[in-house]
Design a protein around this ligand. Structure first.
Ligand SMILES: *Cc1c(COP(=O)(O)O)cnc(C)c1O
Length: 389
């Protein structure tokens, strides 16, 4: 059983993907070909924002966002320590200082209640991560940012592309329950807003294993702000406003035409894949109820597209060994929080971030993809039950 089944996805989409690739080979515009604009238009419409700028990776998307916001050396960016290193890496690359704020123990997303205390006059951006595919508390984060003079907010949505955020919970505060809780809630007529459409910038990744992946590296930035979009477009091509007019410092950050063509083909069944992910994730959650493990909490006003299906256990090493011996692959996202990583620890004051540290000891991820069958899922759950017995 694969951890993420990209072969089944390719088998389902083979004729479209092959045809799309062939079309690029035929026209030969490998850089900034027509598929780039076509994909950007489709993704902007999907997310519901004015501008989509495709870029060479999710990391580059975050870097370009910070460059477009003119992050200067010494500027502080508030973020989470419990994420992939790219989130903090881009801050440090620009001479900025990541300010790590602890996470909520049940969602593993940044704890908004701790953000305000971390704001200083040097705070130049807030960069939350919608981890595992669940949007973080974006309304609350935006409200804090607005209260402090309009601090820009960048959503690291590398894991949450396709996720929906319904905003404030209805007056009852009761989260919809049940198998289809992720499909169209809460309240009639509330279709919610998509991850990447929730803040100054949304940044996502098309790394092959992400919810929407290409066959190499790729990513995208989303914004409603015309000036920031223009800046990002220029930064993507070495700061050029026109050919050989370098108005600002930039990078080589384009997503190539072939990768855009592949994502275009994958969009054909993306709505189905997201619905599958919601269903499979919900089914895992139901099958795991009552076991001696901690399931991820999914807030009632949003869904989770389960870029990773992650849970928390004690005795993680033994559980993983037992699962792997039973033929079930696992992964750990992530084993060490960034404030304890050699490359970043010196940027952190040394204070403990207990929730991130505890999660790093306990999280593990199970096989997850839109093509995971119920039989495969039952096998995973049976192996997990044996491991925990
Ligand atoms: C994957 C990922 C990135 C980086 O994306 P790449 O396309 O691999 O550069 C950044 N942040 C998070 C949270 C990720 O999961």
């Amino acid at each position: 059983m694969p951890f993420i089944d990209l072969k089944a996805q390719y088998a389902a989409l083979k004729s479209s993907i092959d045809a799309r690739i062939q079309r690029v080979l035929d026209h030969g515009q490998y850089i900034m070909g027509p598929e780039v604009k076509e994909l950007e238009a489709q993704l902007a419409a999907y997310v519901g924002v004015k501008h989509c700028i495709t870029v060479s990776s999710g990391t580059e998307a975050l870097l370009i966002a910070l460059m477009a916001l003119d992050l200067k050396p010494g500027d502080e960016v508030i973020t989470t320590p419990f994420t992939f290193a790219a989130t903090a890496e881009v801050i440090v690359l620009l001479g900025g200082v990541p300010v790590f704020v602890d996470i909520e123990p049940d969602t593993c997303n940044i704890d908004v209640r701790l953000i305000e205390a971390a704001i200083t006059p040097r705070t130049r951006a807030i960069m939350p991560v919608s981890l595992y595919g669940q949007v973080c508390d974006m309304d609350e984060i935006n409200a804090i940012a607005a209260r402090h003079g309009g601090i820009p907010v960048i959503e690291d949505a590398a894991q949450s592309f396709g996720a929906t955020y319904f905003g404030p919970q209805d007056a009852s505060g009761v989260a919809p329950q049940g198998e289809l809780a992720g499909l169209g809630r809460p309240g009639a007529g509330n279709h919610g807003r998509k991850s990447c459409a929730l803040s100054t910038f949304g940044a996502t990744s098309f790394f092959p294993s992400k919810p929407l992946g290409c066959y190499g590296d790729g990513g995208a930035l989303f914004t409603d702000d015309d000036a920031l979009a223009q800046a990002a477009r220029e930064i993507r091509v070495h700061g050029q406003s026109q050919r050989y007019t370098h108005t600002r410092l930039g990078v080589g950050g384009r997503m190539d035409t072939l990768q855009c063509a592949i994502v275009l083909a994958k969009l054909e069944r993306f709505d189905w894949e997201i619905a599958q992910r919601l269903r499979i994730g919900e089914r895992y959650q139901e099958l795991l109820a009552g076991l001696p493990l901690q399931r991820l909490a999914v807030r009632g006003n949003r869904d989770c597209v389960w870029a990773q299906f992650t849970l928390q256990v004690e005795q993680r090493e033994a559980v993983i060994q037992s699962l792997n011996a039973a033929g079930v692959p696992t992964a750990i996202h992530y084993p060490r929080p960034l404030h304890q990583q050699p490359a970043y620890a010196h940027l952190h004051g040394g204070q403990a971030l207990p929730q991130a540290e505890r999660a790093a000891q306990r999280v593990m991820s199970l096989p997850m993809s839109a093509d995971l069958s119920e039989a495969q899922q039952d096998m995973v759950v049976a192996a997990l039950k044996r491991a925990l017995a």
